[in-house]
Design a protein around this ligand. Structure first.
Ligand code: ZN
Length: 109
């Protein structure tokens, strides 16, 4: 099965229209996020982030919006990192609540 030539559909963030909105501008530069983030991407994906930027024009509302194209590993790495940070945040909140509860008990005694 080949997907070559298949229309790439995406939801417009302005009007929610799900269509194959035309590429208004395709930036030929290959981006990375920033020098500060290089170690983070090397840690979570094994290499620095690289992505392409495109501006699409909605076929319904005619407004433009930006999309990026990147290797899926980056998105997966970012999602895994967010999950890890959310779990650490939950653990920290639990620890703080426990310490607070202990302090209240100590102040009552
Ligand atoms: Zn739209």
């Amino acid at each position: 099965m080949s997907y070559q030539g298949a229309a790439f559909k995406i939801r417009c963030p302005h009007c929610d229209d799900y269509e194959s909105h035309e590429v208004y501008k395709s930036d030929q530069k290959i981006y990375h996020w920033g020098n500060e983030e290089v170690p983070m991407f090397e840690r979570i994906v094994g290499r620095d982030l690289h992505y392409r930027n495109r501006i699409r024009k909605c076929s319904n509302c005619k407004k433009t919006f930006s999309t990026v194209e990147m290797v899926f590993d980056y998105l997966e790495g970012l999602i895994n990192e967010v999950k890890k940070l959310e779990n650490e945040n939950k653990d920290l909140k639990s620890s703080i609540a426990e310490v607070g509860s202990t302090l209240i008990k100590l102040s009552i005694a």
